[in-house]
Design a protein around this ligand. Structure first.
Ligand code: ADP
Ligand code: MG
Length: 250
């Protein structure tokens, strides 16, 4: 579902990604660990072409992201084509970014109606089902400002799912939450994983990685330092930098 080969990305003279490889099979949950500044968010943003990569290739579900290949030359896709690719990739951020002036239901209905030109009552029905699934059936008419952080993040997940993505990217979805609200968001993500959603999850939640992750990569300094089955990497890290990081977060 995701294949990244030798991805490079610099901001000016700062080389943030220095040859990242990743393969995520359909239905797999891949957890991305690593210290702050190691390039995790940048890499996620490259997967849906929010950042343009300088070198390498990324495919999602067999489609080359951001480019069309002719012979061995790459041509940048037009904004419209990039937007179409992005529609099939859901993204959830640390900050929920809900529309504050819209109700919970309107937040989830908005994109399918505006972007996919979906019939409003069809979109509304699916939105209600999704909000029930994330445990917010009784909050449809509530405004984001009246919700807890955990509830807002669950709305954000429902909103991403409303576009029926084939891949979900999570960038530290629980890092901004009070500790007592982390579990309810992780539970929703577990449910999604059980349902077969392909997910790439940047997280410091080692328990989640161990329990739900099918694979784990550890990034540091813009490269994948170590990867493998979460249980094995966590129990028996091979690399000194992985050991040092785990010692801090465990
Ligand atoms: P992580 O998510 O692992 O904490 P990031 O991908 O956010 O790491 O950032 C990696 C490095 O890239 C950091 O040094 C950060 O300051 C830098 N960086 C990220 N985005 C930009 C940007 N748009 N412009 C300049 N530097 C950036
Ligand atoms: Mg980050």
């Amino acid at each position: 579902m995701v294949l990244a080969e030798d991805v490079h990305k610099s901001f000016g003279s700062l080389e943030v990604l220095r040859g990242v490889d990743l393969a995520v099979r359909p239905g797999e949950v891949c957890c991305v660990l690593g210290p702050s500044g190691s390039g995790k968010s940048t890499f996620l943003r490259c997967i849906n072409h929010l950042e343009k990569i300088d070198a390498g290739r990324i495919w999602v579900d067999g489609e080359l992201i951001g480019y069309r290949q002719r012979g061995d030359k790459l041509y940048e896709l037009r904004e419209k084509e990039v937007a179409a690719q992005r529609r099939s990739i859901g993204m959830v951020f640390q900050r929920f970014n809900l529309f504050p002036h819209m109700t919970v239901l309107e937040n989830v209905v908005e994109a399918p109606v505006r972007v996919r030109r979906e019939n409003r009552s069809v979109a509304r029905e699916r939105a209600e089902a999704l909000l029930a699934r994330v445990g917010l059936a009784d909050k449809l008419a509530t405004y984001p400002g009246q919700l807890s952080g955990g509830q807002q993040q669950r709305v954000a997940i429902a909103r991403a799912l409303a576009m029926e993505p084939k891949l979900m990217l999570f960038d530290e979805p629980t890092s901004a939450l009070d500790p007592e609200l982390v579990g309810e968001v992780l539970d929703v993500m577990k449910d999604l994983a059980r349902d077969g959603m392909t997910m790439v999850v940047v997280t410091h939640e080692i328990g989640f990685a161990r329990e739900v992750g099918d694979s784990l990569i550890f990034m540091d300094g813009g490269v994948v330092v170590e990867s493998g089955a979460p249980r094995e990497v966590i129990a028996n890290p091979q690399h000194e930098r992985t050991r040092a990081f785990l010692a801090k977060v465990l």
